[in-house]
Design a protein. Structure first.
Length: 473
């Protein structure tokens, strides 16, 4: 009995003073700790496509008990809205009124809990257009400013040049959710993707190689690809750089880090006459402070050079190539630019460059349900110049024209008042009623043309159309 009383006394004492040896007693005045909820995961394998006036958002679901919120970003890069929440993948959105282009992102939602948004992707839908796939491979977040919305610059430029587009994360490509071979042209955006997150993984290299040797056409842009694949890469990476990107890596950070922020197109390049700036960190993207310098190899051609720097010493700003790749079964094509396309400014310059690239690729994909006869009936026949538009911001001239014959080759030329040819470019037939070309006033010799009266001509074989216009500097 004495032992029991002693034990009760000890327990009572421990209750009063809050502890007994290793035992811990809870103070009822303190709230118990709250249960920590695990963070909701980000949906992966995101890809967005359009068909039959509907937008399809497909992805890997993170949990069977969550819903998914869809947010839309508008083309002005400022306004946004929400479509609400949906049960799971795929999410289908009806095309609204005259809307033709959609930029969307999603996140998991469970009650009041919200997960992080995915990258922004998009799709467009307009009648009688060829379809292009845009792939976002830019996952880097350390040492860069990645807003994960650079699809805006790419998608707008593609759409404004008369094409529709679908888009996909590179993970969706790697994991087989969407096939490159379903598209005649692919635009692959890499930004500053480099060593830490891999510009082209082994699997991506395999898929891109397979696509190109089978006749695909791809526009790749990114400032760290050479540094990743060659300077820090394996023998297999270097082989891919040579055989597929058709380039020899010269240097990282052309002209030194932050050394140059202007590019000049090479003579006779597919972007001849377009000289442009790219972001130094003061724009809407990121500081392109380490651009690669490369030179073309084999039958590839130099795309552009860094202003004021010799390409033989520092390398140029990209290459373009059309023909058979190693082990190829059909001719393919590539344009590789050593800065991220999204970093180019202003917007009309990006659009001009994208237009030149797409013209070079010369896509003629026509939806099966649209007959060639029906498509031809909606076009103006032959060749013609329909107008000139002054761009007061940079004193350039936009020439609007049409060319709807496949053969022979068609050219746009510009002559001065003495009838000397000062600019010439090839025109490619595209499934659009009209094309536009913005002439910045630079001649084929790289000099700025003076103010005055000039003539623009569309020449195809023995046929030609000429109209005069005035350039004001």
């Amino acid at each position: 009995m004495f032992k029991i009383i002693k034990l009760l006394t000890l327990l009572l004492t421990s209750f009063i003073f809050g502890q007994y040896d290793d035992a811990i007693f809870i103070d009822p005045s303190i709230d118990p700790p709250k249960k920590i909820e695990t963070a909701l995961k980000v949906p992966v394998n995101l890809h967005i496509t359009s068909k039959d006036e509907k937008i399809y958002i497909d992805f890997s679901e993170v949990d069977s008990l969550v819903s998914y919120e869809v947010a839309r970003q508008f083309e002005n890069m400022i306004d946004s809205s929400s479509y609400g929440t949906f049960a799971g993948s795929p999410i289908i959105i009806d095309k609204e009124n005259d809307d033709e282009i959609f930029f969307l992102k999603i996140r998991a939602s469970k009650g009041a809990r919200k997960g992080p948004f995915t990258e922004l992707l998009g799709a467009s839908y307009a009648s009688n257009r060829s379809k292009i796939l845009i792939v976002n491979g830019n996952d880097r977040i350390v040492g860069t400013n990645n807003t994960f919305n650079y699809i805006l610059q790419h998608g707008i430029a593609v759409f404004d040049n008369g094409y529709d587009f679908d888009s996909a994360s590179n993970e969706a490509i790697i994991n087989g959710w969407i096939n490159l071979s379903d598209y005649n042209i692919v635009v692959w955006m890499l930004g500053e993707e480099g060593v830490s997150t891999s510009s082209f993984s082994e699997r991506e290299q395999y898929l891109v190689r397979k696509y190109l040797i089978s006749g695909g056409k791809i526009f790749v842009s990114g400032s760290e690809i050479g540094y990743d694949l060659v300077q820090k890469g394996t023998n297999s990476d270097k082989k891919f750089f040579r055989e597929i990107l058709k380039s020899r890596y010269i240097t990282d950070a052309v002209g030194g880090r932050k050394g140059v922020y202007r590019i000049k197109s090479s003579d006779n390049s597919i972007i001849a006459g377009i000289n442009f700036n790219y972001d130094d960190g003061s724009g809407n993207t990121y500081d392109v402070d380490w651009p690669d310098g490369v030179i073309p190899i084999g039958n590839a051609n130099r795309l552009a050079i860094f202003s004021g720097l010799s390409p033989s010493i520092y390398g140029g700003a990209g290459i373009y190539y059309k023909g058979l790749f190693k082990d190829g079964i059909m001719p393919g094509a590539i344009v590789y630019m050593t800065i991220g396309f999204e970093s180019i400014y202003p917007g009309y310059t990006r659009n001009d460059i994208m237009g030149r690239v797409l013209n070079y690729f010369d896509a003629k994909t026509i939806a099966p349900e649209i007959s060639q006869k029906t498509l031809d009936a909606s076009y103006q026949k032959g060749i013609g110049i329909t107008g000139f538009y002054n761009n007061h911001e940079d004193k350039s001239i936009t020439i609007e024209f049409y060319s709807n014959e496949y053969e022979p080759y068609c050219f746009l030329t510009i002559q001065d008042n003495k009838n000397n040819e000062i600019f010439k470019m090839r025109i490619y037939e595209l499934p659009v009623k009209k094309q536009r070309f913005r002439w910045t006033g630079f001649t084929k010799y790289g000099k700025k043309a003076p103010s005055g009266v000039y003539s623009a001509s569309i020449v195809q074989g023995k046929k030609s159309v000429t109209r005069k216009f005035k350039l004001i500097n």
